[in-house]
Each structure stands twice: as structure tokens, then as C-alpha cells.
Ligand binder design. Structure first.
Ligand code: FE
Length: 169
């Protein structure tokens, strides 16, 4: 089975570098996304990992937050090292606001993303998170991706999958 490996990182996060060095050293091909500049990738990272720290590694849909050599070896079918030099998955293995200067920028971008409007491709209705849809029990301030799975377009009844995010210009 072919491994699909994605790495979401920022340019200055040390654990991101460690993760990539590990993959390079072991000859594992991967797609690299810079979430500090690539909003679509950031969106993808937040929806798959439900959080904001980097690095995030996605191996065939399995998600790792932070650097964890043992996990990577297991998922990539690499032999486990007998002596582990690196500490395994301590909180220090990922960048949070204290250690990554760009995290504030990322948090702002995520906050903006969460409050994005979504448009129904069928009828043109626009869901505004600030307003929600109180008639159907969706409180004002609810991001689109937190509306119930069975929420539908109040105008034409289309499913959530018919909606696309509107890029703010
Ligand atoms: Fe609609």
C-alpha cells in the first residue's frame, strides 16, 4: 500500500524541522504544507487535527500532532530503535503559542476561518456564523463546521455538502 504522507508545519518551528529531517533521513516522500502562508492547508490541518499546534503529520488519514519518532516508525513500517534518544511525545515536541512566534498569526487566521461565511451552491443562501440559524437551533456565533451534520439550507433544504466557504477579499 502506498503511503500518503503530509506534513503541516511553519518555517521556524523546530519540531517541524525534526519531523522533516526524520522523514528525509528514512527516504520517506511527503507533501509539505506551510500553514503560516497557505490558508487552504491551514484549514485542512485544523479540520483533520482539531487543533492549532504544529507539526501535524497525516499518514493515510492517521493524524499525529507533534514529533513522535516511535509513532512515525510504527506507521511507516520502519524498525523501532532499541534506544530512544529523543523524548517521546512530550508537550515540548510541538510548537504552541509560547514557542512559535507565528502561532498568534495562525490563531488569527483560524479565528477568521472559523467565522467565514458559507454559500449554498444550489440557491445562493449565505450562512453567516455571526447570525447562526436560530430558527433551527443554531446559535449566533456558531462556525459553519460546528453546525449539526443534519443541518440543511433554510431556503432550499440542501445538505451542508452543497455549501462552499466564501473567501473574504
Ligand atoms: Fe439553498
Amino acid at each position: 500500500m502506498v503511503q500518503q504522507v503530509k506534513v503541516y508545519s511553519t518555517p521556524i518551528c523546530p519540531w517541524c524541522k525534526k519531523t522533516k529531517q526524520f522523514l528525509d533521513k528514512n527516504g520517506i516522500p511527503y507533501q509539505s504544507f506551510d500553514v503560516a502562508s497557505d490558508k487552504a492547508a491551514l484549514d485542512e490541518m485544523v479540520s483533520s487535527s482539531k487543533q492549532l499546534s504544529v507539526p501535524v503529520v497525516d499518514i493515510n488519514g492517521d493524524i499525529l500532532v507533534g514529533f513522535d519518532e516511535e509513532w512515525l516508525r510504527q506507521k511507516l513500517n520502519l524498525p523501532q530503535e532499541e534506544k530512544k534518544v529523543e523524548a517521546i511525545k512530550t508537550p515540548a515536541n510541538k510548537c504552541t503559542s509560547g514557542t512559535c512566534a507565528q502561532m498568534d498569526e495562525i490563531k488569527q487566521a483560524v479565528a477568521a476561518l472559523r467565522m467565514s461565511k458559507y454559500k449554498c451552491n444550489v440557491c445562493g443562501y449565505v450562512y453567516d456564523p455571526e447570525l447562526g440559524d436560530p430558527d433551527r437551533g443554531v446559535k449566533p456565533g456558531t462556525p459553519f463546521d460546528e453546525t449539526p451534520d443534519d443541518w440543511v439550507c433554510p431556503v432550499c433544504g440542501s445538505a451542508k455538502s452543497k455549501f462552499d466557504r466564501i473567501e473574504e477579499v
